[in-house]
Design a protein around this ligand. Sequence first.
Ligand code: GAP
Length: 478
Amino acid sequence: MTAVDPAQSSVPPPVPPPPDILERLVSLCKQRGFVFPSSEIYGGINALYDYGPLGTRLRRNIRNAWWRRMIDLRDDVEAVESSIIMNPNVWVASGHVQNFTDPLVDCTGKCRKRWRADHVEAERRARGKDPAQVLCPECDGALTEARQFNLMFKTFLGPVEEAAAQVYLRPETAQGMFVNFGNVLNATRRRLPFGIAQQGRSFRNEISPGNFVFRLREFEQMEMEYFCEPGSDRELLDYWCKERLDWFVEDLGVRRAQLRLRAHDAEELSHYSSGTYDVEYLFPFGWGELEGIADRTDFDLKQHAQHSGKDLAYFDPTTNQRFLPYVVETAVGVDRIFITMLIDAYDEEEVRGEKRVVLRLHPDMAPYQVAVLPLSKKPELSAKAREVQGLIRGQLATEYDETQSIGRRYRRQDEIGTPLAVTVDFDTLQDQAVTIRERDGMTQVRVPLTELAAALGEQLDVMRRRAAERAAGRASAG
Ligand code: GAP
């Protein structure tokens, strides 16, 4: 495969994240309200999570950033929202019933755990055991022969639980775009090349989920199928690899040095792909897939045309030819971006002898952009601070907080990545001015209320530039 990432050689080497960063993040996420274990009061349920107030905001910002770059700023991509449960023949045609399997082995020793056969070596290495020995990573027990396990969740449509009523929860959103290709084409009168995109939940009964929200059994995908003329697919694959990599760096502020593009080798390719690249991030457990960009050729449209009996060909009015378009797919998970952004933004430093935790999130991605903090709970200050919040609400995402000491409130805002805090003090009542405190350098400036909106805008611009420099590797954190 051609090298599509010429910038890679000029990128500084990655910095390995602290090995215990996931534990630190799990605790921060729980405490501050980013992520909770699902159904926690009942003891939780494996590999399923709920997002709390801050996590929900961050995820919404991720979805919006994707939507903006993939749809709003382009002329050639339409969106759909297809159903999670589809006609089961979709999954026969797509190859998922036959091929969407992972090899599974069982421990026959003490622990009786179940493993993905292709993960055993890495799991043994992670536990400090000899990776060359094909034994249970947990207890060194013998493992069974591998058998294939289909990852699709099954359920029944209607009241009778019989084979004829069996349906699947979708394991990817992509098929919703393929089966609607003809509908979108007719409704929009699009010419090639154009894309169909979708954000939505997918479900996989993963054998070895884990690493917090990295591998889940219910997750959210953002996928785009770019339909094009056969022969233009390789160039478009390169184009989309660059475009998607740039998005992480430019729009999300993820450090370029921590990302790489890796081509799948022949054995790794999915059944539908003639070429795939992964955008990978250096997680504490090693390089891991963040997004997949694949040349799916005409595999899916051909399969659906055959299985449905419908003509899904495209008619090119300039050449009078009919053909099945090729497809380049971009496929990423919201939850994976979420965990990536937290790892990438997490920083600890010592300030006046105390540890300060700060999430150096891109200012546009942070759950809140501005915290409004009255110096104390005195009613006259609260009233003024509410008034100040009213001046900026609607333009920026604001949070009002009057609990605890001001120092602790600044620390909390640092920990959740809020770029700016506006402090309302007793002087404000006299001079109609407030203090803006910035997250990264902790600098403070006093501005008149009449200039507050403009001053916040300028400070956010400075922070956007700094985020861009940090992501590109042109400046150290901060
Ligand atoms: N339509 C192609 C497709 O679904 P994939 O590589 O299996 O390709 C695409 O999935 C993306 O979806 C991955 O790069 C990842 O970001 C996300 N994803 C896949 N499985 C996931 C899981 N179990 N938990 C969280 N995210 C997942």
